[in-house]
Design a protein around this ligand. Structure first.
Ligand SMILES: Nc1nc2c(ncn2[C@@H]2O[C@H](COP(=O)(O)OP(=O)(O)OP(=O)(O)O)[C@@H](O)[C@H]2O)c(=O)[nH]1
Ligand SMILES: [Mg+2]
Length: 223
């Protein structure tokens, strides 16, 4: 089962992007499930289904969206046993740390008979609020950017060119290895590319040593 995280701070556009990405992946023939913190967030015409103790909504075309029940790893294991999706799109809470979710996803392997593969960690950065983000929650945003494989400068339909450039520079400074791309769920920009990434690429498994090294670098730099 492939697990794809769409990370980003509160209000960065995760839910909006996830719905577009799921739509496109389903058009491409994949069996998809979505995991969110609160299914109430997914505001589409949907019927509730409960299976294996999962609180879930069925949305168009057989895709189900479920709320984290117990731990994230239990949710993934139950999802595998009841629905067996090919790809699970995860919208973590806006304050979640990507590597923590990777580790939790791997724990689910012991709870169900399956192997977890990680899609590239995608982090959305809201270019319209870049100044505020840097001022108010820099450390958290830095952690989400630092752990991303691909960062999307989001809401480029409405952000100014200056803010887009500023956001790109911030991402480059915080994570030189991340690929940077643009997204707008409004115009659809970047959605197909995000799906290509999810379909074709993998991200490394959780590695405590790597994670510690990144943390050390981040905190040393801050002093
Ligand atoms: N202009 C513009 N607005 C967007 C775009 N994507 C999302 N939004 C708006 O941004 C706001 C937050 O979007 P959500 O998708 O709910 O963001 P989120 O990251 O899921 O938010 P939380 O789950 O609360 O952390 C909503 O008002 C969206 O309509 C975009 O590409 N362009
Ligand atoms: Mg959301």
């Amino acid at each position: 089962m492939k697990v794809s995280q769409i990370a980003g701070f509160l209000g960065s556009g995760k839910t909006t992007a996830v719905m577009k990405i799921v739509d496109e992946l389903m058009k491409r023939g994949h069996k998809i499930a979505i995991v969110v913190n609160d299914v109430g967030e997914i505001n589409v015409d949907a019927k509730f289904i409960e299976s294996h103790g999962l609180k879930a909504k069925e949305i168009a075309g057989g895709c189900i969206c479920c709320q984290i029940a117990g731990t994230f790893s239990e949710t993934l294991a139950k999802l595998h046993d009841s629905f067996n999706p090919e790809i699970v799109i995860v919208e973590p809470s806006g304050v979640a740390i990507p590597w923590g979710l990777k580790r939790a996803a791997e724990y689910s392997e012991a709870k169900a008979d399956m192997v977890i593969e990680h899609a590239p960690v995608i982090t959305l950065v809201d270019a319209t609020r870049i100044d505020l983000l840097v001022k108010a929650v820099k450390r958290l945003v830095e952690t989400q950017i630092r752990e991303a494989d691909v960062c999307f400068v989001n809401k480029v339909d409405t952000a100014s060119a200056t803010d887009i450039a500023k956001t790109e520079k911030l991402i480059k400074d915080m994570n030189p290895r991340a690929e940077i791309s643009h997204m707008s769920s409004e115009t659809g920009l970047g959605i197909k590319y995000a799906c290509d990434l999810i379909e074709t690429r993998v991200s490394p498994r959780y590695d405590e040593a790597v994670e510690e090294e990144m943390l050390r670098k981040q905190y040393n730099k801050e002093g």
